[in-house]
Design a protein around this ligand. Structure first.
Ligand code: NAP
Length: 282
């Protein structure tokens, strides 16, 4: 980031809390590298202040914002327009301020898709087991179905998995996340995706995987958690021949899509990745 001045274009992230966010480091590193007079700021926005904060985007002349936990669904009602993908997924993570008003996008879909594609994992007509049915699972399930996968969505609260499958209006099989169901669904799986926060720092001993279920030999794992760099679940998959896709790359790619929407210029993703990794002490 160059010196902030009167001409500096502003974007940021709305979250609650937001202090842990890697996005300011990631985006500001890319602005600096590209010599853009832009700055990315963190905004701690309490849920009851969300509508005022969103209105403030226009009032303050910001060019847009990312939206993170817990606002991704609530913010939808505050948009003037939604992309078809954001509407289908039922979540917005990027707002673009344009002449017509506020446009809500979902770049998590592209972030997930690009990470899977880069690792050469072909999910077409194959079973993908998704653990968890919260906010992150929405974009993941949508991207997988678009790619032609047969999605098995397993969640502690089965009603939530069923509701998500139904709300998205797409063919997804939902079930409870327990040892019996997991064993039944793993047959022929091309990929397992963890969208639960189990194993995330600081509770790094946790895992969504039942102790008595062996990891399916050689099946890759995409754990969306990026802190720590290796979760307990990743260690289990690696010990059993499964490669692990990098959750930090998904974060960088969703950020890169947002950056391109705001600035019209695609960022240097390796610069963003290094800045994020540095913040994590890697
Ligand atoms: P969320 O909306 O709170 O959903 C959490 C999910 O995990 C729910 O399905 C919940 O099940 C399940 N869960 C929570 N605690 C559990 C437990 N003790 N046992 C079994 N299941 C449990 O969270 P989110 O926004 O989806 O985020 C999930 C994770 O994804 C976080 O670690 C986040 O950092 C990560 N993420 C990464 C990226 C990336 O770019 N890499 C992007 C988005 C999110 P119930 O429905 O039963 O409560």
């Amino acid at each position: 980031m160059s010196e902030i001045q009167g001409t500096t274009q502003l974007v940021g992230v709305f979250g609650w809390p937001v202090a842990h966010s890697l996005s300011p480091a990631m985006h500001n590193a890319a602005f600096a590298q590209q010599g853009l007079d832009w700055c990315y700021l963190p905004f701690a926005v309490a849920p009851e202040q969300l509508s005022q904060a969103v209105r403030g985007l226009r009032a303050l002349g910001l060019r847009g914002a990312n939206v993170t936990v817990p606002h991704k669904q609530a913010v939808m009602a505050l948009m003037d327009e939604l992309t078809p993908e954001a509407r289908a997924v039922g979540a917005v993570n990027t707002i673009v301020v344009c002449e017509q008003g506020l446009l809500g996008h979902n770049t998590d879909i592209a972030g997930f898709r690009r990470t899977v594609d880069e690792d050469g994992i072909d999910v077409r007509a194959r079973t993908v087991v998704v653990l968890g049915a919260g906010g992150a699972a929405r974009a993941v399930v949508y991207a997988l179905v678009q790619a032609g996968a047969k999605v098995m969505l397993l969640n502690r609260t089965v009603a939530r998995a069923e509701a998500l499958a139904q709300a998205m209006g797409i063919e997804v099989t939902a079930g409870v996340l327990d040892a019996v169901t997991l064993r039944q669904t793993l047959e022929g799986a091309a990929l397992v995706v963890n969208t639960t926060p189990l194993g995330m720092w600081p509770v790094v001993d946790a895992s969504p995987w039942p102790e008595d279920v062996p990891w399916p030999q050689g099946v890759p794992l995409f754990d969306l958690i990026y802190n720590p760099g290796e979760t307990r679940l990743m260690a289990l998959a690696r010990r059993n021949g499964g490669i692990c896709l990098d959750g930090l790359r998904m974060l960088v790619y969703q950020g890169a899509e947002a950056y391109a929407l705001w600035t019209g210029s695609y960022p240097p993703v390796e610069v963003m990745y290094r800045a994020a990794a540095l913040r994590l002490g890697r």
